[in-house]
Design a protein around this ligand. Structure first.
Ligand SMILES: CC(C)(COP(=O)(O)OP(=O)(O)OC[C@H]1O[C@@H](n2cnc3c(N)ncnc32)[C@H](O)[C@@H]1OP(=O)(O)O)[C@@H](O)C(=O)NCCC(=O)NCCS
Length: 155
């Protein structure tokens, strides 16, 4: 099993690599401005990158810590690096960092049809707690609202 290096997003230059993965992964990708604003929002925003041996970013996870909650905003892996444990490494790290910062629980939204992500989150103990009807566009689709309680318990 390859070990991915998980590092915080450190510089605006790395945003280019993240945007390429965003565009390959989402129909409504975040923009450079959103990531730049995130980089500035210290103490709330955390963006973790997974890097291969050559230092290139193969995946990322961006989260906000709000009071005792972690909100997972984006998680995506370069298509050619999927099913190699990158998202697992990112999520493990993000949840552990959240717990270290005092968060008790984590939440996120996921498209109802996103089987891959739903299976991944299920593995991490997330359960469906609600539905936001027509939350997503391109195409319009419901969001499932997932929560994971007791972050401090394990990963
Ligand atoms: C969802 C996503 C982040 C998973 O990344 P990944 O690095 O491939 O995930 P991992 O390799 O860590 O997979 C861990 C487990 O998740 C599940 N999983 C991941 N991708 C899957 C797929 N395509 N089909 C079925 N199960 C899948 C499996 O249980 C997998 O374990 P296994 O490989 O031992 O069977 C990736 O597919 C992606 O970037 N998708 C597009 C963006 C996206 O949908 N992000 C989530 C938004 S909420």
């Amino acid at each position: 099993m390859v070990t991915w290096r998980i590092e915080p997003l450190a510089s605006p230059r790395q945003i280019d690599e993240i945007l390429t993965i965003e565009e390959a992964s989402f129909t409504n990708p975040w923009t450079r401005e959103m990531y730049l604003a995130d980089l500035d929002n210290r103490g709330v925003s955390y963006c973790f990158t997974a890097q291969g041996e050559d230092g290139h970013i193969v995946g990322f996870c961006s989260v906000w810590r709000v009071a005792d909650e972690i909100h997972i905003n984006n998680l995506a892996v370069k298509p050619e690096f999927r099913r190699r444990g990158v998202a697992t490494a990112l999520l493990t790290h993000a949840l552990a960092e959240g717990a270290r910062l005092g968060a008790q629980r984590a939440t996120l939204e996921v498209r109802r049809s996103n089987e891959a992500a739903r299976l991944l989150y299920e593995r991490f103990g997330f359960v469906v707690a609600g539905i936001r009807r027509g939350y997503y566009t391109k195409p319009i689709e419901d969001a499932l609202v997932l929560w994971r309680e007791s972050l401090k318990r394990d990963k």
